[in-house]
Design a protein around this ligand. Sequence first.
Ligand SMILES: [Zn+2]
Length: 155
Amino acid sequence: MIERDEQLLERLQDLDKSLAPDIAWLLRNPCGDTPRADGLRDLGERLSALGEALLKRSDELDRHAAVRLPPEGWIPEAGPPAGRIRAAHYVGRGELRYGPLYLATCGAPCLPFYGKDPTHRIARHPRCTACTSAAASPELVSVRPVRTSGNTHKS
Ligand SMILES: [Zn+2]
């Protein structure tokens, strides 16, 4: 079990409390239409430092979760099979993207139902063809992160 990072959580709580006032201060610049460079720099440095800490922590949690994966990197897809056998997908060393779910190289959400799979139960599942090609690629180092650029929020 991995411990909570209390210091990081405190930094997030501090950001939550101070971000709106900091941005409001930047936007109501009494010296002109352009926000002050020092204010922009302070906020940018703060967000960058926190972003680095969040990415580092995310990597730690991914490494911790990846210990549960079979060494070959193939696990069953999540979700209902809808009358068919679940396919096996390649997640490599894996990155958790949606709670406990791993995303395969093809984008399919997967769960390590068999843990480290010491009895090779994954061999009963047909392998995804897209993942088979990706896993054979010498350029594959890790699972690519999912980009959510298509999501837009209206305010
Ligand atoms: Zn796949």
